[in-house]
Ligand binder design. Structure first.
Ligand SMILES: [Zn+2]
Length: 465
């Protein structure tokens, strides 16, 4: 009996030792956030890949094949429906906070992000976004401010001393009696580069702030749907960041946050094709991290999630109708750009008949030419045309980031209805968001159920208190 007990103790010690020996610490961590990316965004993009004659070479969303799947609650401290600031604070620090609070608690005390903790442990840090580098999602990884304090947030970006910061632009580079943020970043040792050529010319330098070439007219990267092929997109920034962080000498490894920011921007105005192309770009960016993982499978962890849902996207419009994912291909401009185009044509008298207006819509949505439009649907569009073009009603569809010509809004809504989807909101919604993980210690994330669990789990596996 005594011998049996001894054997059990030996077995227990061996088991405990082997558990601690097998618990590894990832050397490379990718934290990928689709801003506004609901389960439905992921599914719509996957269905478009499968049934929409997608030409970009992907057959399946890469992260759908990751072995760990979960669903994550996103509520803020003071609201079921969160915003990017409160959600990013939860994802970056592991603490719930109030709407519009960036890296601070509800009583405005600074919270510490996992990125700063990993920096202090000797890891190289990169933040990459298709939006502004000092907007809420990246900002929560380095700043402690109210969201409206854009200049101060931008300043904290430079103070972070993170190795690689890449995004479309700085949100508010100037403030009265203060140095420009461009000067401030340079003072803090950053090289500021713009676009692909700017990066390539400066890739060997130290800390880098990489921005888009032309951010005067719009503050985020052009949408993937309508971006020129030679222009910088999220994929380039991710690859550039990996190349740069991997070369950092004397670091223990790296942590990179990747944000698909424009999924949210496209979903506020309920623009399905644009949102799908943004989700596809996010997928291709995660795929770059996945390629890195395949070269370093024992040392790399990739996690993919969202901060919240945007738009209340629903698979199925009404009455069990079939889906027509190929119709996504016929939209050639985002709803915002088509609205800008229509507004200028209206101003110049170039849509002074219904036939001319209809041709503009048909050229950019495929309605009439490739997608049948019945008499009742056309009559509703014509009514809108007479009210807003002929009778010069000043009405606009107003959503968070855009003011849209009503006729364009109605045409895109008709297109989305014909594809087969519906939207319930032009804001964020409060549902679960998806979570996926692969790589070193990924199984430790199998039970995450709340957005705050994610950084807390990273802390556990990285042995951060
Ligand atoms: Zn949003």
């Amino acid at each position: 009996m005594k011998k049996t007990v001894q054997l059990w103790i030996v077995a227990l010690v061996v088991a405990l030792c082997s558990t601690s020996l097998s618990a590894k610490t990832p050397k490379y961590i990718f934290f990928c956030i689709g801003d506004g990316m609901s389960f439905s965004h992921v599914l719509a993009t996957q269905l478009y890949y499968e049934h929409g004659n997608y030409k970009a070479g992907n057959e399946s969303i890469a992260f759908l094949d990751f072995p760990v799947h979960s669903a994550v609650r996103t509520h803020a401290n003071n609201s079921l429906i969160t915003c990017s600031a409160a959600a990013a604070t939860a994802l970056a620090t592991g603490h719930k906070t109030n709407i519009d609070h960036v890296g601070i608690s509800p009583d405005k005390k600074p919270l510490t992000s996992i990125a700063k903790q990993l920096r202090d442990k000797g890891y190289a840090i990169g933040l990459v976004t298709s939006g502004q580098i000092d907007d809420a999602t990246p900002a929560a990884f380095y700043a402690s401010q109210m969201r409206k304090e854009a200049y101060l947030i931008g300043k904290e970006g430079a103070d972070s001393q993170f190795d690689f910061l890449a995004g479309s632009a700085l949100k508010q580079p100037y403030a009265p009696s203060q140095p420009s943020l461009y000067d401030y970043y340079r003072q803090q040792g950053y090289t500021i580069c713009r676009g692909i050529d700017g990066y390539n010319a400066n890739r060997a330098t130290g800390k880098m702030l990489l921005l888009d070439t032309d951010t005067a007219s719009r503050s985020w990267l052009p949408y993937a749907l309508e971006r020129k092929p030679e222009a910088m997109g999220l994929e380039f920034m991710v690859q550039a960041g990996i190349d740069k962080l991997y070369r950092e000498k004397g670091k223990k490894g790296f942590f990179m946050m990747i944000e698909g920011a424009s999924i949210d921007h496209a979903s506020h105005p309920d623009d399905l094709a644009t949102a799908i192309f943004e989700t596809a770009e996010f997928d291709r960016s995660v795929r770059i991290a996945y390629e890195f993982y395949k070269k370093h499978p024992d040392e790399t962890l990739i996690i993919v999630t969202a901060d919240h849902e945007t738009g209340g996207l629903t698979m199925g419009e009404t009455n069990m109708r079939p889906f027509y994912w190929e119709y996504v291909n016929y939209q050639t401009l985002s709803k915002e750009s088509l609205s800008d185009l229509f507004r200028s044509l209206k101003k110049n008298g170039q849509v002074d008949s219904w036939e001319k207006a209809r041709k503009v819509l048909a050229d950019h949505t495929g309605l009439w030419t490739k997608i049948p439009v019945n008499a009742g649907e056309e009559a509703a569009l014509m009514q809108c045309y007479y009210r807003t073009v002929i009778q010069k009603s000043k009405e606009q569809e107003v959503t968070l980031y855009a003011q849209t010509e009503p006729l364009v809004a109605q045409a895109i809504a008709l297109l989305d209805k014909k594809i087969g989807v519906a939207w319930s909101s032009t804001s964020h919604t409060g549902g679960f968001v998806p979570f996926y993980a692969i790589g070193c210690e990924a199984t430790r994330f199998a039970t995450v159920g709340d957005n705050t669990d994610i950084p807390q789990t990273i802390r556990k596996i990285m042995k951060i208190k």
